[in-house]
Design a protein around this ligand. Structure first.
Ligand SMILES: NC(=O)c1ccc[n+]([C@@H]2O[C@H](COP(=O)([O-])OP(=O)(O)OC[C@H]3O[C@@H](n4cnc5c(N)ncnc54)[C@H](O)[C@@H]3O)[C@@H](O)[C@H]2O)c1
Length: 417
């Protein structure tokens, strides 16, 4: 199979996870990507990823401390996978496109809408392909949830609720997720929530939101989470406490283009009991999403049919089929649940992401999550911030066209964009 020569740029926690995704892709028999370089401003991180790549893939990629030297020394390089922190995406992606590379970028596409607009302009100029690495929607059980909605099993859409509470005053993964100019948690994690909401329910057109910061000081967590193993290597660099500059609470009423509404609450300063749930209601019943990477199937509850989950759902969607790579990695074309540990489920989704990217580059196809989808996901987050500041509903058009951007102004100023 033809393979796209690719470099991973950003060799921290997510760069390491992407490498595991490449290993899953290599093992799938459908490998269309060849890792030829690892690049990080912290060269030791790139060296480490290259060592791990040698152990996992059998070949050690070349190591670089910056993209310019990589461009100079690797004329055959065709694509980069950007897994740097969110605040750097616009600079790295714009330069990569200028250098003539196709881009797979971790979410958020950029840290601000202006950053996204710069990337979109650079992409249009370069004619290269850009895909945003949104992994949640690629989970086979999220695909099943989407198929159930498309089949109209709950009737006419009424309402979507996405509510979660977690984290108290703990640092979430790494300190930068609490710094407004690098990537606050409501943007960093929020784009995932928004991507799923728009994937399931269509475009959001207007947002009325309230955002706040409850915890100004955050502390290094003592326990371990499902993500800890990926960041273990750098855990000694996390200070005992930090001063957070980014908001940690978001409450928003969302209006969808389809005419229905939703409520999104992301509360990352919840002490005590945490929880998270997405519910979708229609005129005939509801769907409870099992979420991504959990293996938990969606649950459909109908007024005249009771509760259905796992295999019983298949009768509702006789045409549901996963695509070839997903079916290959998860072992079935019509999957309704799985019992796979988080790290393994995670790497399979990343393998799917890579495969789609490779196919798009090789066959000049449009990726599922392109730059416009990535910008819209981010715009919903910023519409909530902007609405909170202006104390009025804000349309997505206002945010994407930069007709208003008071909240983001400080971040754009910080980066000089
Ligand atoms: N999809 C998901 O589930 C998921 C999960 C975690 C993180 N992410 C995303 O992945 C990205 C990286 O997050 P992370 O947790 O790995 O961060 P991290 O801080 O662990 O790693 C970032 C790495 O990028 C390097 N870097 C920074 N600027 C650079 C530049 N200009 N050129 C080259 N290297 C540079 C840093 O030195 C570091 O090694 C973020 O966009 C984040 O939102 C996605």
């Amino acid at each position: 199979m033809q393979r796209v020569p690719l470099a991973i740029v950003g060799c921290g926690g997510m760069g390491g996870r992407h490498l595991l995704g490449l290993k899953a892709l290599a093992d799938s028999g459908l490998n269309n990507i060849e890792l030829v370089a690892a690049c990080d401003v912290r060269r030791e991180n790139a060296e480490r990823l290259a060592d791990n790549a040698r152990d996992l893939l059998g070949t050690r990629p070349a190591v670089y401390g910056d993209m310019e030297q990589m461009a100079h020394e690797m004329p055959g390089l065709e694509a980069v996978d950007i897994t740097t922190d969110a605040g750097s995406h616009h600079r790295v992606a714009c330069r990569a496109l200028e250098l003539g590379w196709h881009v797979l970028s971790e979410k958020p596409l950029a840290l601000t809408i202006r950053g996204c607009n710069r990337i979109i302009a650079a992409q249009n100029k370069s004619g290269r392909m850009l895909s945003v690495a949104e992994n949640y929607r690629r989970d086979p059980l999220c695909r099943l949830t989407k198929a159930l909605l498309e089949a109209g099993v709950i009737g006419k859409p009424y309402m979507l609720l996405d509510i979660s509470a977690s984290s108290g005053n703990k640092i979430i993964i790494l300190p930068w997720r609490h710094y407004k100019h690098v990537g606050g948690i409501l943007v960093d994690a929020g784009v995932h929530n928004v991507d799923m909401m728009q994937y399931y329910f269509g475009d959001i057109t207007e947002v009325y939101g309230k955002t706040e910061r409850f915890e100004a000081i955050r502390f290094k967590p003592e326990g371990i989470s499902s993500l800890s193993p990926f960041y273990e290597h750098w855990s000694g660099e996390i200070p005992a406490q930090i001063e957070a500059t980014a908001e940690d609470s978001l409450l928003a009423i969302l209006h969808f283009a389809g005419g229905f509404n939703g409520q999104w609450t992301a509360f990352h300063a919840a002490h005590g009991e945490g929880f998270g749930r997405m519910m979708i209601y229609g005129s005939m019943g509801s769907i409870r999403s099992g979420g991504a990477r959990s293996g938990v199937p969606p649950t459909v509850t109908l007024d005249d049919g009771g509760e259905m989950t796992a295999d019983t759902l298949l009768n509702l969607v006789p045409d549901f089929r996963l695509d070839e790579i997903t079916a290959r990695l998860y072992g079935s074309e019509r999957l309704t649940s799985y019992q796979i540990p988080f790290p393994e489920a995670d790497r399979r989704l990343l393998a799917i992401e890579y495969y789609e990217f490779g196919q798009c580059v090789l066959n000049n196809l449009q990726p599922e999550v392109d730059a416009l989808v990535g910008r819209k996901d981010l715009a919903v987050c910023y519409a909530a911030f902007e609405s909170s500041l202006l104390n009025r509903p804000v349309t997505l058009h206002e945010i994407e066209a930069e007709e208003t951007g008071l909240f983001e102004a400080e971040i754009n100023e910080h980066w000089g964009i």
